[in-house]
Design a protein around this ligand. Sequence first.
Ligand SMILES: Cc1ncc(COP(=O)(O)O)c(C=O)c1O
Length: 327
Amino acid sequence: MNSYKLLNTVGNTPLVKLQNINPYPHIEIYVKLEFFNPSGSIKDRIVKHIIENAEVNGLLKPGGTIVENTSGNTGAAVAMIAAIKGYKAILTMPDKVSKEKQDALKAFGAEIVVTPTSAPPDSPEHYVNTAKRIAEEIPNSFRVNQYNNLKNSEAHYLSTGPEIWRQTDEKVTHFVAAGSTGGTISGVGKYLKEKNPDIQIIMPDPIGSIYFDYFKTGKIKKDGNCNYQVEGVGEDHLAHSMNFSIIDDMYQFNDNDAFTMARRLAREEGIFGGGTGGANVWGALKLAKNLKNPAVIVTVIPDSGVKYLSKFYNDEWMKQNNYLLIS
Ligand SMILES: Cc1ncc(COP(=O)(O)O)c(C=O)c1O
């Protein structure tokens, strides 16, 4: 009996097979619907794990303040858990984060601090540096630090990975996930490769992120500026929670690839996900196209399309930004 607590509903999300978008009969593509988590995204898993560990280790004390830099989803998870447990939450984010996501954090009672998307990683105005400063200034505060906290990928190693293994009856052959902190791909990838070293781990990365070049050349591109519109994947700095050694290949995508695929998922599969879900399925299809043998590809839909109604689910916004419209 799970004692009916909201936090006990984190994880164990459904895995569903794409029925209409996948044109390759010898390939099965499954998507894990992470918007079933209580605050609406995959980030509930990591924040729950990190906060519970911080409490056990005395890093977060009753009445404390949780601080985090977030593109919105980690913020929603922090804000929800803070509301349940009686903590204060202060969340920093770049100004490209959708209004729906910003408002959701306020609905949970959190304080938000919005910084310019154009602020470079070494600027005090960058959203990560702003969170660091706030955490230093406020007594009895705890910073989730999702980019460098190894409990992030551990949460996926302990929950998402085993769920995928079980839900595919141990038949998964490929896992695809775009990354920001890298927690999802690193934790799931580590778990699956331990179970079967032949499983391939593929990461789509948005053009403008530094990860693709770093993976291919070991060098950090100077013009990695994150000036793309997809929210929540790719980076302008390296995250310690990203384990490049478990990644077998990366593909570059653009906003149009992600947004048009997200819209197709809603219209052709009834799956109403965010732009990174679109990017992940785009990556799964690109992979499938080149596979000769039968395969079981799994990817994730990290969050819900509700958060992007004013953006790529809005036809006017799509036209204004010169993205293709799928009718
Ligand atoms: C919508 C969305 N998709 C995907 C990701 C990437 O997940 P991870 O940080 O585990 O790499 C994030 C992370 O912020 C996100 O917000």
